[in-house]
Ligand binder design. Structure first.
Ligand code: ADE
Length: 253
């Protein structure tokens, strides 16, 4: 898998993607990340990449020409001339107005061979880039960032950790929050008692069935508290549905 990140701020990524498990996975060549400076595709002496919006209003818009040249140089072809829709590469444009980035979307992207992320900036990107190329406009949440770089870093992290061998233990990805439409279970480590606060006895029992049951129950409980909308959609056993009902009655919700 190769990620390409097209940005006006290459330095944003020099440290952030060299850390922790992602940095180690890059070192081990489990996937590649190439940072592409959009300014390298400007042709005037000021290396202009943005301009004021037609129709007025504040802010600046990323121009279509440098982006078009950049995508072309990376080997992408225009819509209609694209490889088959089952192609193993995607262009993602970070945008507050895009489709939500979810765990499901991260899983789909992790199966690709190449992902090119265009970091939107300023007011946005000239819409013609979306008209000219097959692009997924993707948002990481219902809030507005100053630029797409944090969104690109979030997406690379969430996708890359699903690539085989990036996480030492694949079990950790399977236990993820959202993986089964339910938030992750609360976890604890040593000491067993801290300032009088104890780790739940089930986790100390050594009984794998009991631990598994407790973890699932605690995850549902937490999910009900923070994301009741997810509980509605979750795949629950009869026993778990009864537990949700019991908790709802207890919490009067
Ligand atoms: N650019 C600005 N806000 C964004 C968001 N929420 N997600 C992705 N890109 C963005």
């Amino acid at each position: 898998m190769k990620f390409e990140i097209i940005t006006l701020f290459p330095d944003y990524f020099t440290l952030s993607l060299q850390q922790s498990l992602i940095g180690k996975a890059v070192e081990k060549k489990l996937f590649e990340i190439e940072i592409v400076n959009l300014r390298d595709y400007a042709t005037d002496k000021h290396r202009t990449v943005d301009d004021t919006p037609f129709g007025g209003g504040g802010g600046m818009v990323l121009k279509v020409e440098p982006l078009d040249r950049c995508l072309n140089a990376l080997g992408y072809t225009r819509k209609g001339k694209q490889p088959a829709p089952d192609s193993k590469q995607r262009i993602i444009l970070t945008s507050a107005a895009g489709v939500p980035f979810t765990q499901e979307r991260a899983i789909q992207y992790s199966l690709l061979e190449r992902i090119t992320i265009v970091c939107g900036h300023y007011l946005g990107v000239d819409e013609r880039i979306v008209q000219l190329y097959d692009v997924d406009e993707v948002s990481i949440g219902d809030y507005v960032l100053t630029g797409g770089e944090p969104a690109a870093a979030v997406m690379v992290d969430a996708i890359a950790r699903l690539i085989p061998q990036v996480l030492g233990n694949i079990g950790s990805a399977l236990d993820d929050s959202y993986m089964n439409q339910i938030l992750g279970t609360p976890c604890y480590t040593r000491p067993a008692v801290y300032d009088g606060v104890e780790v739940p006895s089930e986790l100390m029992s050594g009984n794998h069935e009991e631990i598994k049951r407790y973890r699932r129950k605690a995850a549902i409980q937490k999910c009900l508290q923070y994301r009741p909308d997810l509980v509605e959609k979750a795949d629950l056993t009869d026993e778990e549905i009864a537990e949700v009902e019991r908790l709802r009655r207890k919490n009067n919700t």
